[in-house]
Design a protein around this ligand. Structure first.
Ligand code: GDP
Length: 471
């Protein structure tokens, strides 16, 4: 059944609303180690439909300092599990920072969200609900959880946003990690299965940017990839006429190559062509999820390649390094300039593109159509990896395992991480709750990213961090 999450800072009346909705039919399940808090689930029937409700607040500690982290945790739960989210505010008090922060997180999550302005116990107070529109919610509903007024209207609204078909009851294998499955075993048969909604893991379509300096083989690769399998050629509404995407459908996944006219465009002079390739790369990255950074195998990584690679890295898009024209290397058409040993070659590329250490690397020959299959497979893999979500429970267990002594960071630059949580996907973004409000030291960030990759993968995607000092 679809799941509605109720969020809000302490004392706004979440539990009262939850009890009002579910009556006595509540069950306590789940107990996240680390920050131990119960999640309370219940069921309601409304307009002939069964829906589950989760009170993300659970048992709130009496500690002001913990509220910001609590807010994050709630948003994480709601955005991870729920089909619709109701945020509750206290209609009789001014908005405070945690309200605003929670609203910001929830509104960014892309799920149906509703603002319940609570404690509107009398008609006089009702009009006051409008003041809370400043939070940015389109759906603002005054309620009195205590008296039950407005609750029916709220439910009508929320129910209209729920999916008619529930999301996949059985997550497919790629959606559950081994650790998730273990978790379920430990907890015994949980009454509420941890579902991941669509979109978090699965994206029907992956947008791909083919980038690289002139003559690395972008057009040739595009032709090889789209070739006879080309299904649709469609301009995206609102873009210029020559921005044409080509879409290839393959084993249930659709691959959209963005702005293919741009990929084919050539500059008149060498300098113009080079400048254009950078401009195009940036434009294409903007529109993409995954980028294919082409390198000419004969020439190796040049300064311009590194420049374009840098933009790819900073864009937050996933990157696959594609060494093209490998045929020319293996047939010795390079005067022995380039090593024909893939391992040696890869080392050289990695050395020149250090910041892209997370990017898978492929050797292909676009002209001969060799390795094209691999490209599709890798794109699918990295597209999935960048949307992966790690639960706060998993994250906390991970933190306990990490040996921070091994990070080569000067003492003065060290921060203590109380805990961390994944705040976003695509690219995976982690919020660290720390003792100091500092920008993370470069090598510390690298160390932590590598540790995260060792445990959770995130193949091909950069990992972003945000620091929140907890005081
Ligand atoms: P773009 O400017 O990056 O779009 O590059 P093109 O696709 O126009 O290719 C530039 C040149 O490299 C052309 O002469 C292609 O035939 C050649 N080329 C592309 N891919 C390969 C390859 O896999 N092997 C070899 N030997 N040549 C290639």
């Amino acid at each position: 059944a679809p799941l509605i999450a109720i969020c809000g800072r302490p004392n706004v009346g979440k539990s009262t609303l939850f009890n009002r909705l579910t009556g006595s039919r509540r069950s306590i399940v789940g107990d996240e180690p680390g920050i131990t808090r119960d999640r309370i689930y219940g069921e309601i029937e409304w307009a002939g439909r069964d829906v589950r409700v989760v009170d993300t607040g659970g048992v709130v500690p009496d500690d002001e300092a913990l509220i910001p982290s609590e807010i994050f945790r709630q948003a994480q739960v709601a955005l991870g599990e729920a089909d619709a989210i109701v945020m509750v505010v206290d209609g009789r008090t001014e908005l405070v920072a945690p309200d605003i922060e929670l609203a910001r997180l929830l509104l960014r999550g892309g799920k149906p969200v509703f603002l319940a302005v609570n404690k509107m116990d009398s008609v006089e107070l009702l009009a006051g609900a409008e003041n809370f529109r400043s939070l940015g919610f389109r759906n603002v509903l005054p309620v009195s959880a205590e008296h039950g007024t407005g609750v029916g209207d709220l439910l009508d609204e929320v129910f209209s946003a729920l999916p008619v078909e529930t999301v996949a009851e059985e997550p497919t294998e790629v959606m559950l990690t081994a650790e998730d499955e273990m978790e379920e075993d430990e907890d015994g048969p949980a009454p509420v299965r941890k579902l991941r909604t669509h979109g978090e893991y699965e994206q029907a379509e992956t947008k791909i940017a083919i980038i690289g300096r002139p003559n690395v083989g972008k057009s040739t690769l595009l032709n090889a990839l789209t070739g006879t399998k080309r299904a649709i050629v469609s301009p995206i509404a609102g873009t210029t006429r020559d921005a044409v995407d080509e879409v290839v459908e393959r084993s249930g996944h659709s691959f959209r190559f963005v702005d293919t006219a741009g990929i084919r465009r050539k500059g008149k002079t060498k300098l113009m062509a080079e400048k254009l390739s950078v401009i195009m790369a940036r434009k294409h990255l903007e529109a993409a999820d995954v980028s294919l950074l082409l390198i000419d195998a004969v020439e190796g990584v040049t300064a311009l390649d590194a420049n374009i690679g840098g933009y790819a890295h900073e864009s937050g898009r996933s990157v696959i390094i594609v060494v093209n024209k490998w045929d020319a290397v293996t047939t010795g058409r390079t005067d022995g300039k380039a090593p024909a040993d893939k391992k040696v070659y890869e080392e050289q590329v990695r050395d020149a593109l250090k910041y892209l250490d997370y990017a898978p690397l492929l050797f292909i020959s676009a002209a001969e159509g060799k390795g094209v299959d691999q490209v599709f497979k890798k794109v699918e893999l990295v597209a999935r990896e960048r949307r992966k979500r790690v639960s706060t429970g998993q994250m906390n267990r991970f933190l306990e395992r990490v040996d921070f002594q091994r990070a080569s960071v000067p003492m003065s630059k060290r921060v203590k991480i109380y805990y961390m949580t994944q705040a976003a996907v695509a690219p995976p973004t982690f919020v660290l709750f720390t003792d100091k409000d500092v920008k993370l030291h470069f090598s510390f960030e690298r160390f932590l990213a590598n540790q995260i990759r060792d445990s959770f993968g995130f193949i091909g995607s950069p990992i972003w961090f945000k620091v929140r000092a907890r005081n």
